[in-house]
Design a protein around this ligand. Structure first.
Ligand SMILES: [Zn+2]
Ligand SMILES: [Zn+2]
Length: 356
């Protein structure tokens, strides 16, 4: 294929990002890369793209280098293609359509761990929102600050959920689940026998968030490859803002941090593993998390991952926060059919159980 002009492509990306009011530092990355390349002979740019040394140039990073390589190969850079694809569309309409397609929520907490309300209350709120199911994912034992459930308490919870389900309106069901801690070695913090019994297993990192890149990557890869893990929760662990009003208090223990940087890990390796093992990547809707950030949602999409748009609700009203996740997903062009909680409860459980 005939090579494209990589500098023109970088500038076009910067322009579209600016027009979409994206963060200045991101725009600058593309403008700086364009400037760095403009000062070099085209033959050197091509040679560097060939031998992978573009990133040695000041102002050129991994993302911009990939765009350049794609341009030179005659392809419209994936980054540009996504911007163009989402640019002309009505994002509001797309976010609304995505929200309307969601049939349930795969990450919620009750007062059995650090949520503020009984399971029944959460379920009734979900019924009122029009959901077909709510996956109850209270914390695992190691997260003692959040009153994580021991194996015995979880067994009791399963019995209790069966009773609550019997009294709920027909057509709605609480699905059993857990938000299991991903431990330092990547193993999951609950008995295998129980993990196998649960309908949905969300796994998240809650400790050692500052582990170095190699260790965190290994830890996450081990968890993603575990057949019990269905959804990788709040992938980076970041906190972008203080808690919104109404989210404070004893009902939200474990979410006390104000802001926190993203964990450092090889996102491409982790998303490639998610795609390979069929583990869905969570788009966490909590306003203070907004995790993963949009650039990583785009990378996960490129890797071919599935997603789950979850609220991580710790109170009934928070179950309505899915809209926030849908807006971010729509901005990144996440297709409806890649989101596992657009499926019926039956399909969802068939998917998790075929996995383990
Ligand atoms: Zn969590
Ligand atoms: Zn949670």
């Amino acid at each position: 294929m005939k090579a494209r002009d990589p500098i023109a492509d970088l500038r076009r990306i910067a322009f579209l990002l600016e027009r979409a009011n994206e963060a200045t530092y991101r725009v600058r990355a593309f403008r700086s890369a364009a400037k760095a390349l403009a000062g070099l002979p085209a033959t050197e740019v091509a040679a560097r793209a060939d031998n992978g040394t573009l990133t040695e140039l000041a102002g050129v990073g991994d993302v911009t280098a990939r765009c350049v390589a794609e341009s030179l190969a005659g392809e419209e850079p994936v980054y540009l293609r996504r911007l163009v694809a989402t640019e002309g569309s009505d994002l509001d309409a797309e976010a609304t359509a995505l929200r309307a397609a969601l049939k349930g929520d795969c990450h919620t907490h009750s007062d059995w761990s650090d949520g503020g309300s009984p399971i029944e209350e959460m379920a009734l709120a979900a019924v009122e929102l029009g959901h077909e199911y709510l996956v109850l994912t209270d914390h695992s034992p190691r997260l003692t600050v959040a009153r994580g459930l021991t194996a015995d308490r979880l067994r009791r919870q399963l019995d209790h959920v069966a009773q609550v389900n019997a009294a709920l309106p027909e057509g709605f069901r609480i699905l059993t689940g857990i938000e299991v801690d991903i431990l330092a070695d990547g193993s999951l913090d609950q008995d295998d026998e129980l993990l196998a019994r649960l309908d949905v297993v969300v796994g998240s990192v809650h400790s050692g968030l500052k582990d170095d890149r190699a260790k965190m990557t290994r830890r996450m890869l081990t968890a993603v490859a575990n057949p019990h893990l269905d959804i990788l929760g709040h992938v980076t662990g970041r906190m972008v803002s203080s808690r919104p009003a109404g989210v404070t208090g004893p009902g939200d223990r474990g979410h006390r941090a104000r802001t926190r940087a993203e964990s450092d890990f090889d996102a491409d390796a982790v998303f490639a593993a998610c795609a390979e093992y069929g583990t869905a990547v969570e788009i966490n809707s909590r306003p203070e998390r907004q995790d993963p950030p949009k650039r990583l949602i785009r990378r996960a999409l490129e890797a071919g991952c599935r997603f789950a748009i979850n609220t991580d609700a710790h109170a009934p009203g928070q179950l309505d926060w899915q809209r926030f996740g849908c807006e971010r997903a729509a901005l990144c062009g996440v297709p409806v059919d890649s989101v596992v909680n657009t499926w019926s409860a039956k399909q969802l459980v068939a998917w998790t159980h075929e996995r383990a």
